[in-house]
Structure formats: structure tokens, C-alpha cells
Design a protein around this ligand. Structure first.
Ligand SMILES: Nc1ncnc2c1ncn2[C@@H]1O[C@H](COP(=O)(O)OP(=O)(O)OP(=O)(O)O)[C@@H](O)[C@H]1O
Length: 332
């Protein structure tokens, strides 16, 4: 089933378990497919390539197959067909080599509520046979510091807010150096402040060189923190690539704010704008290939009361629509 070469193949440097190369990406899947026993095709022929050093957004609505993919990548479930390599090694076969180098936060961290944040981490660290007990205290203190929990380290975990629990989960993932962090919907259930804090932390981790694989159903979130993105819908990969390349697939939009939307729409079409739509007092369209000052003047000359006239940069959502012809809110 698995056509990859043996792990010890010297011709393939990324097979070195200590320092696998990233020629194929930190994560690479080929035709990865999962059909659950009930017959549900959750992931369908996925070819995913996650470049080293990227913050890779794995975007898709609920039920699109993100968690199933992550569970296959982490060796928690077997694919029905296809292959998955993580850090250059085949999963789940090389799980014992790969997983210690991967920090994962999947479906909320498992914590002991009656223990303090610090004691939770001490306990987790003690469960790691490769962790030196002499440096345990320092390691735990550094991880708590990293996620901004140093001041709350002595508090029982059950008294933590959801955001603090997520951060403690991240601290646990950071107890040892990781080459890859896999975060499944890490901001789910958090308030805006908690979301911002987690995003900032993700950016900092990425700046340190860790590759971050971040699943989310939030377009905004992916747009704000990710360098690369893959878009899933109904178990299939719709698009993947560098965020900038994906954005290049969608054109900027001209946005006119006016109390006269119907007239504005007519003039914009006349001026050569394509795909003109009106929504309330906003009329948007693809800008025509001419001096926009002339377009503005034409609106005013036609008696349109122009209250705003701006060019909005293409968003990830625009790219998504341009690439797929579908809205993001894909119904299942
Ligand atoms: N253990 C299972 N047995 C059968 N079907 C499952 C199982 N787990 C998930 N599914 C189905 O597989 C599909 C993909 O689910 P998955 O959880 O991977 O999606 P997701 O994108 O992670 O969504 P969410 O964010 O809601 O978890 C869904 O239709 C789901 O109902």
C-alpha cells in the first residue's frame, strides 16, 4: 500500500530521523483517503504539501475533513488508502520517531483540573522518558513564561479560563523543542482577546522557525496568521499554496458607498466595471481598466452622491470564491 522507500535509504536525506530534510514538505500526503466504517468518505484523495517554516492554514467549514486528516497525520487512525509523510517519514509507521518532534493540540488539552498549571506540566514532563529530571523545573518555567502563564502557574487548572487552558495545552506542546506544531482549531470557544493572544503566540513560535499547521474554519484567522493555506470542502482539497499566490487569483474590488446604489451600479457598469453588485449602501465591482478618477467623476456627473470610493484588496474569501466558484459557507 505504502510506496515510500525504507526509512534507512541513504539516497533519501529526508529519511534521516534526526534531521529529515524538507524536500517533500514537513507534511506531505498523496492520495490520502479516509472512509469511515459507516461509509462516510471524510477525506478524499488529499495531496497536501506543507513547506518547512510556514504557518500553514488548513481551512474548511465544519465537517470538511480537517480533524480526520490531522488524526491520520498524527498516526491516530489509519488511512483507507494513500500515504502521509510527516517530517519526511511515513505515518503511522514512523510514529515513534516522528511524534516526539511534533507538538500537537488536538480537540482541547487533557488537563488535571485539581492540579495547578505548573504541576500539570511537571507531571507531563515527568512522563517523558527522554526529559532530564534535573532541568525539569527550568523547562516548565520557560514553557509557562512562553505562553504568558507564569503569574497564574500556581492556580488550579480548573479555575483557568478557556483561553488559559488552551495556553497551558500549548505550553505542554512546547516542553521540548518541536519542529512542527499541529493545532486543531486552537481558538475555538475563545473570546476575541483570547483569540488575539493565541494568534500572537503562533506568530512568535513561527518566528522562531517552528512550522505551524493550524486548522480553522475561520477565514479571518487564517488570513491574519498564515503564510500558506489549503482549503478543504467536503473532504476534498480545493486549493493550496502561498497566501500571496492565492490572493493573486482574485482581483481587488472597487467599493462605492452611496445612498444611490442603483444609479451607482448603472454608472459603474457603463464605465466598464465587471461583476457589479449592490448590498445596502455599498456597490462593489471589479475595477475597470482606466483611471479611477474618471470613474469617480462619472459617478458624480450622473448625480450619484459618493460618500466613499475605495479599492479593497482581495481577501482570502475573494480568492476562495474566485478559485472555487463557491461561497465559503459550503453547505453539507
Ligand atoms: N469516527 C467517525 N465515524 C464516522 N464518521 C465520522 C467520524 N469522524 C468524523 N466523521 C465524519 O467525517 C466527516 C469529516 O469530519 P471531520 O471531523 O474530519 O471534519 P472537520 O473539518 O474537522 O470538522 P469539525 O471542525 O466539525 O471537526 C464528517 O462528515 C463527520 O461527520
Amino acid at each position: 500500500m505504502d510506496p515510500v522507500r525504507p526509512e534507512s535509504d541513504p539516497a533519501r536525506p529526508e529519511s534521516d530521523p534526526v534531521r529529515p530534510g524538507a524536500a517533500d514538505g514537513v507534511i506531505a500526503t498523496r492520495g490520502l483517503t479516509k472512509r469511515y466504517r459507516g461509509g462516510q468518505l471524510a477525506v478524499d484523495g488529499l495531496d497536501l504539501t506543507v513547506p518547512a517554516g510556514s504557518v500553514f492554514g488548513f481551512l474548511g467549514p465544519n465537517g470538511s475533513g480537517k480533524t480526520t486528516t490531522i488524526r491520520m497525520l498524527m498516526g491516530l487512525i489509519e488511512p483507507t488508502s494513500g500515504t502521509a509523510r510527516v517530517l519526511g517519514l511515513p505515518m503511522p509507521r514512523a510514529a515513534r520517531t516522528v511524534l516526539p518532534q511534533v507538538g500537537a493540540l488536538i480537540e482541547g488539552p487533557a488537563l488535571y483540573g485539581h492540579l495547578s498549571g505548573r504541576d500539570n506540566l511537571l507531571r507531563l514532563d515527568a512522563a517523558d522518558p527522554t526529559a532530564d529530571p534535573r532541568t525539569r523545573g527550568a523547562r516548565v518555567a520557560a514553557a509557562l513564561e512562553r505562553v504568558g502563564l507564569a503569574a497564574a502557574a500556581g492556580k488550579r487548572a480548573k479555575a483557568y479560563s478557556l483561553g488559559m487552558k488552551q495556553r497551558l495545552g500549548l505550553a505542554a506542546a512546547l516542553l521540548r523543542p518541536r519542529r512542527l506544531l499541529v493545532l486543531d482549531e486552537p481558538t475555538n470557544g475563545l473570546d476575541p482577546q483570547g483569540m488575539r493572544e493565541i494568534r500572537t503566540l503562533i506568530r512568535e513560535l513561527a518566528a522562531d522557525g517552528t512550522t505551524v499547521f493550524l486548522s480553522s474554519h475561520l477565514l479571518d484567522e487564517i488570513e491574519q496568521v498564515c503564510t500558506h493555506v489549503a482549503v478543504m470542502a467536503r473532504g476534498r482539497l480545493l486549493a493550496q499554496g502561498a497566501m500571496a499566490d492565492l490572493a493573486a487569483g482574485a482581483r481587488d474590488r472597487l467599493v462605492v458607498t452611496t445612498p444611490d446604489p442603483a444609479e451607482a451600479a448603472r454608472v459603474l457598469k457603463e464605465q466598464g466595471a465587471a461583476d457589479v453588485t449592490a448590498d445596502g449602501d455599498k456597490v462593489t465591482g471589479e475595477p475597470p481598466d482606466r483611471d479611477l478618477a474618471e470613474v469617480n467623476a462619472a459617478l458624480v456627473a450622473a448625480g450619484v452622491r459618493v460618500r466613499g470610493f475605495t479599492l479593497r484588496r482581495a481577501s482570502l474569501e475573494d480568492s476562495f470564491v474566485a478559485l472555487t466558484g463557491e461561497g465559503f459557507d459550503v453547505a453539507r
